[in-house]
Design a protein around this ligand. Structure first.
Ligand code: GLN
Length: 308
């Protein structure tokens, strides 16, 4: 397939998505996110040769939410290596992404770094020795470096909104603390967590960010090749919470979603893809984003499980 065909495929997918009646439900437990229209849809693809193709609202900023769990994992793995796995597991979960019950059953060790409790632990780990402002500064530097773009910021209104309404995250943090799996006061770790979830990016920036995970660009200094492999493996097995099996079956590409409706999908050696549509499915993953990635993966035989 030629490059113009790829662009046409993205335009076709965009038109198909605009025609879908069911666009899913926008997250409303964070009031700021509920203000975004479910009709928005954007997609962007970076290829190994440096070309980038986009369609739809690919330059609109959206709240990355749990896609930021990739950022915290990358930094925590770089700093602690296998020491990370003493405090968080690396198995998929059949529970919701913010399950308190699961954390209690697992005696305070979250199943993986991509559910909320797991990301609270990685956030707590990267906070060690720094102030919250320094930690957020380090995260932003890391994301901007990987995306080759300094125009990436945190939306304080989204962070403030979740600080007030994110009761399950407060509960998760207190549970972690009760099992001695948080080293900082709950409000300190949660403050950093809510702020990195509120990082805003466009599909074009996010696809650019993912190039090091696809193996196209030099990794930001902290991320070794081994860690890239680990991150991609976790995206495949855990990146869509209790919808990860279904996502692997339908799309077959390592990917991480967020309740802002964004998905970062990494096809090692071939493509870094970002898609955004704010309407979510039952598991809290972008409904049209998943559908679009399924269409793209099928039409280009881009699943990692394709034999061609
Ligand atoms: N900030 C959101 C939360 O903690 C992120 C969840 C998500 O994107 N799945 O609930």
């Amino acid at each position: 397939m030629s490059k113009t065909d790829l662009h046409q495929t993205l335009l076709d997918i965009c038109a198909d998505m605009a025609g879908c009646n069911d666009k899913g439900a926008v997250a409303n437990y964070i009031p700021e996110l509920a203000k975004v229209s479910p009709d928005r849809f954007g997609i962007s693809v970076c290829l190994a040769d440096g070309q980038q193709f986009s369609a739809g609202d690919a330059t609109a900023r959206f709240s990355v939410q749990s896609v930021s769990k990739v950022f915290t994992l990358a930094i925590a793995l770089g700093r602690y290596g296998d020491g990370l796995w003493r405090r968080v597991g690396r198995e998929p979960s059949t529970h919701e992404f913010n399950s308190v019950q699961e954390l209690e059953l697992r005696k305070g060790i979250p199943p993986n770094p991509f559910v909320n409790a797991g990301a609270l632990v990685t956030t707590d780990m990267i906070l060690a020795g720094s102030t919250p402002a320094e930690t957020l500064g380090e995260m932003l530097r890391f994301v901007r470096q990987a995306a080759s773009d300094d125009d990436i910021l945190i939306d304080p209104a989204v962070a403030a909104s979740e600080t007030i309404t994110g009761h399950k995250n407060w509960a998760l943090a207190h549970f972690l603390a009760s099992f001695k799996n948080l080293e900082h006061p709950c409000e300190r770790t949660l403050g950093v967590y809510f702020h990195h979830c509120a990082i805003e990016m466009t599909c074009e920036q996010l696809a650019h960010f993912g190039r090091f995970l696809a193996g196209f660009s030099h990794s930001p200094s902290l991320v070794s090749r081994d860690n890239v492999r680990s991150i991609n493996a976790l995206m495949m097995t855990c990146g869509h919470y209790n919808g990860s099996g279904e996502f692997a079956y339908r799309v077959g590409i390592p990917a991480k979603s967020g309740v802002g409706g964004g998905i970062l999908a990494i096809l090692p050696g071939k493509a870094s893809i970002a898609v955004w549509s704010p309407g979510l499915n039952k598991q809290g993953n972008s409904l049209l984003g998943t559908r679009a990635l399924e269409a793209l993966s099928k039409s280009l035989e881009w699943s990692v499980f394709d034999s061609g």
